[in-house]
Design a protein around this ligand. Structure first.
Ligand code: NAP
Length: 283
């Protein structure tokens, strides 16, 4: 039987409905939820993502501002711009679009984001909380993976053997932390992992966050397992995942599509974090 396709859209719509309700409640109390996004000059992908957050945010009652930081000013100028947003009580959430052009140091810049406005879990403090198993805000993509895995009808995360392929700070590691917190048994793999195929074949859940188109094939998957494809790779103008959906869907029990899977859930979760930050600021 072909795999169940875990569409992100219904999950995203559910989250957005909740976001919109909460946003309008805040607005009724004269609080306008606001997200401030910083993009490095020339980052087309980041600008595209920021614009789509702006579009979705405006439908949900969240104001989004986008600041493009010019090249040449270096990390110091970037930090100063972020610090201004941090000091602005009207701004509830701040994100810095990654990857930044090489002249900017992301870790240094995140020091200007107060943890209560760190809606994409970028700062060392947020990551530290997550690693401790006491998450505050977590990176939205990682949270989207977990949200998808909690869909009704899927096997329990607790106790499941899970393999995460990719150990980036933005996806792989936070996913591994969140799965660990959810009581899964987690193996975190990367480019130096030996016997990757064999390790993956032992997994009840595989999360692919590699950045290599169709890297995960049917030979790496246990029959009936759940496969979450985080990858977004542009090939001939088309977005394809890190999983070879055609072959894997014949073996897996469930699979997220690309596009239309984790990505759409990610943006909704980010906006939900902005609402949480705005609500928290009202307490
Ligand atoms: P990244 O920073 O480039 O990290 C890629 C990871 O994959 C690294 O840990 C790397 O290992 C590992 N890797 C590379 N080749 C491998 C191989 N042959 N075998 C095993 N592991 C290998 O990428 P990222 O930022 O995590 O993004 C991963 C993918 O997710 C990309 O396609 C990106 O576009 C996508 N993404 C999607 C969303 C969303 O919301 N849907 C958000 C963010 C990213 P090493 O550490 O050893 O180098």
């Amino acid at each position: 039987m072909p795999a169940r396709i875990l569409e992100g859209k219904p999950i995203a719509q559910r989250i957005r409905a909740d976001v919109a309700n909460r946003a309008y409640e805040l607005r009724d109390n004269a609080i306008v939820p606001q997200l401030s996004i910083f993009v490095g000059e020339g980052d087309e992908e980041g600008t595209y993502y920021a614009n789509s957050l702006n579009k979705i945010g405006s439908r949900c009652g969240i104001d989004v501002s986008i600041d493009t930081i010019a090249r040449g000013g270096g990390t110091k100028a970037f930090c100063a711009a972020v610090a201004r947003a941090a000091a602005n009580h009207k701004v509830h959430g701040i994100i810095i679009q990654r990857p930044l052009p090489t002249e900017f140091e992301h870790i240094e810049i995140t020091r200007a984001i107060p943890v209560e406005k760190d809606v994409d879990g970028e700062t060392a403090l947020s990551i530290g909380w997550l690693a401790q198993g006491v998450p505050h805000f977590v990176p939205a993509t990682a949270a989207a993976v977990i949200e998808v895995l909690r869909e009704p009808g899927l096997p329990q995360i607790a106790g499941a053997r899970t393999v995460v392929i990719g150990r980036s700070a933005v996806v792989g590691r936070p996913v591994a932390y969140m799965l660990t917190a959810a009581d899964a048994t987690v193996t975190l793999c990367h480019s130096r992992t030996r016997d990757l195929e064999m390790i993956c074949r032992s997994a009840d859940i595989v999360v692919a966050a590699i950045g290599k188109p169709r890297f995960v094939g049917a030979g790496m998957i246990k029959r009936g397992s759940v496969v979450v494809d985080v990858g977004t790779n542009l090939i001939d103008g088309q977005v394809v995942g890190d999983v070879d959906a055609e072959s894997v869907s014949q073996i897996a029990g469930a699979l997220t599509p690309v596009p239309g899977g984790v990505g759409v859930v990610t943006t909704s979760i980010l906006l939900r974090n902005v609402i949480a930050a705005a609500e928290h600021g009202t307490i």
